[in-house]
Design a binder for this molecule. Structure first.
Ligand code: FPP
Length: 243
C-alpha cells in the first residue's frame, strides 16, 4: 500500500526539510476586492506563523519560494510591493523571531536584486549564521534551471582549472545554491495548482508532494499538520523496494 491513512501527528517522524510554494495570494485578495499586494502582505503574515510552527515541531530546514526569476514579469507595482515586503521582513527578522533559534539564509541570484535588499540579506545571514535550530531558507530571484546552469558553468571552470577530474551527482549538488542542505522530504503547494514552477527541480527528485486547495494567506498550522500527517502515511522507497 502506498498511502496509509493516518490521523495523528507522529512527533518522532517530522520531515527534516519542508519546502513550500506559497501560492494563491493574488486570488485571496481578488476574492475580497483587494489589491494583489494586500494578498502578499497577508501571505507574509501567514509565513511568520508557519515559520514558528515549523520551529515548534522541530523541522530542521524550511525553504519557501518567495520570488522566482519569472516573477519580474509581473506589473511593476506588484514587484515593488513584494520587494518592500521582503525588505521589511529581513529588517525585522531578528525581532520577529526573538527567542527562537532560527537561522536565515537566502538562495537565488542576488545580482538583480535591489542593493538595499542585498545588504539586508548579508546582514541577517551574518547575524544568524551560528544558529542551529531551524534553517529558514528564502528563495529569492530563484529559478531551478538557472541554478543548474550556474552550477554547471562553475563546474566547467573547475574542470578547466584541473580542480575536478570526475563528475557525479555530488559535483553538481555542491555547486548549487543549496550546497550542504539536505533535499526536501516534503514539498507543499497551496491553492490547488499542481506543478513545481521551476522550484528545487534538482533537489526534489525523491521529495513527497502535498497539494492543497487552501490559498496561502489562509494556510494555517492545522493545514501544515495535515500535510505532515499525509507525509507520515507514505512509504518512501527512493526507487528501491519495500523492506
Ligand atoms: C504566489 O501567489 C506568491 C508569490 C509570488 C509571492 C510569495 C510572497 C509572500 C508570501 C510574501 C513575502 C515573502 C516573504 C519571505 C516575506 P500569486 O501571487 O501567484 O497568487 P495567485 O496565483 O492567486 O495570483
Amino acid at each position: 500500500m502506498l498511502f496509509n491513512k493516518k490521523k495523528e501527528l507522529d512527533k518522532n517522524n517530522i520531515p527534516k526539510h519542508i519546502a513550500i510554494i506559497m501560492d494563491g495570494n493574488g486570488r485571496w485578495a481578488e476574492k475580497r476586492g483587494l489589491s494583489r499586494s494586500m494578498g502578499h502582505r497577508e501571505g507574509s503574515r501567514t509565513l511568520k506563523k508557519i515559520v514558528e510552527e515549523c520551529y515548534r515541531l522541530g523541522v530542521r530546514y524550511l525553504t519557501v519560494y518567495a520570488f522566482s526569476t519569472e516573477n519580474w514579469s509581473r506589473p511593476k507595482e506588484e514587484v515593488d510591493e513584494l520587494m518592500k515586503l521582503l525588505l521589511e521582513y529581513l529588517r525585522n527578522a531578528e525581532r520577529e523571531l526573538a527567542g527562537k533559534n532560527v537561522r536565515i539564509r537566502v538562495i537565488g541570484d542576488k545580482k538583480r536584486l535591489p542593493e538595499e535588499i542585498v545588504k539586508e540579506i548579508e546582514r541577517v545571514e551574518k547575524s544568524t549564521e551560528n544558529i542551529e535550530g531551524l534553517d529558514f531558507i528564502i528563495a529569492l530571484n530563484y529559478g531551478g534551471r538557472q541554478e543548474i546552469v550556474e552550477a554547471v558553468s562553475r563546474l566547467v571552470e573547475d574542470v578547466k582549472a584541473g580542480l575536478v577530474s570526475r563528475i557525479d551527482e555530488g559535483t553538481i549538488s555542491e555547486r548549487l545554491y543549496t550546497k550542504g542542505i539536505p533535499d526536501p522530504d516534503l514539498l507543499i503547494r497551496t491553492s490547488g495548482e499542481m506543478r513545481l514552477s521551476n522550484f528545487l527541480i534538482w533537489q526534489s527528485s525523491y521529495t513527497e508532494f502535498y497539494f492543497c486547495d487552501v490559498l496561502w494567506p489562509d494556510f494555517s498550522a492545522a493545514n501544515l499538520r495535515d500535510a505532515i500527517i499525509s507525509y507520515q502515511g507514505r512509504q518512501r522507497r527512493f526507487g528501491g523496494v519495500k523492506c
